[in-house]
Design a protein. Structure first.
Length: 132
């Protein structure tokens, strides 16, 4: 029940900020910001709070996985809160992903942390776009 409340609050926050959130085929929230498709995944901890991950994946099949991992490591050593990763997906090829994770047990926490995600993540998206 907590995850549903947090999900509802995040949907409301995104609409208030002018985004058009929808649900993907897995039931996760998705929305576009500055031309990139972001996802919000919410899981109930079973302990009175929810885990929230905001992520933006990029198709990077034109780059080697080794180069992507090196760049992710470089970015990860120069920032806080956001995490970069690179992996190979059998269906989609090489993926570079930027994400931010947090916990929330109230509407105000969810809104506060989404504000941070919306402010911080585009900086790292820009860094990847310049690199890519």
């Amino acid at each position: 029940l907590r995850a549903q409340s947090i999900e509802s609050e995040i949907m409301s926050y995104l609409r208030t900020e002018g985004y058009v959130p929808t649900y993907d085929s897995d039931g996760d929230i998705q929305f576009k910001m500055e031309g990139c498709l972001y996802y919000v995944i919410i899981k109930d901890s079973g302990e009175g709070y929810s885990y929230v991950e905001v992520r933006v994946p990029f198709d990077a099949s034109d780059m080697s996985l080794s180069d992507l991992r090196s760049f992710a490591t470089e970015l990860n050593t120069s920032k806080y809160l956001c995490k970069c990763s690179a992996y190979h997906d059998e269906t989609n090829g090489n993926i570079f992903q930027i994400s931010m994770e947090f916990i929330a047990n109230s509407a105000s926490q969810a809104r506060y942390m989404m504000g941070h995600a919306m402010r911080l993540m585009p900086k790292w998206v820009t860094a990847f776009e310049i690199y890519h």
